[in-house]
Ligand binder design. Sequence first.
Ligand SMILES: [Zn+2]
Length: 122
Amino acid sequence: MAQVSKYLRRVGGGYAHWCPGCGETHVIFDRWAFDGNVDKPTFNPSVKITGKQCVIVDGEWTGEWVRDANGNAVDMCCHYFLHAGQIEFCGDCTHSLSGKTVPLPELKPAPGGSGQSQKQEK
Ligand SMILES: [Zn+2]
């Protein structure tokens, strides 16, 4: 799908961006209010993603879940505001950026894409 800026990619039903907390791409769906600024985007209200913690290696999900000592998949939560190109993570996130505000990072190559073969030249 079309990448509309360094930070956002248009996907079916929403916009995808890189989440540095989860190390994966999140999609914000069209029912969120978007100010239309693709370089310093603002979406409202906050985004909350819950599920199971994925095992991520080199930015790609291995297909496995993070498991506790009993073998149960561990719950994850990623809750943030995206305001003017800044991701403001809430304190209930399960990842290491909980409670922190970080600039929205540039998109990574799409999962499954051959990122290593892509070269950027000017
Ligand atoms: Zn996240």
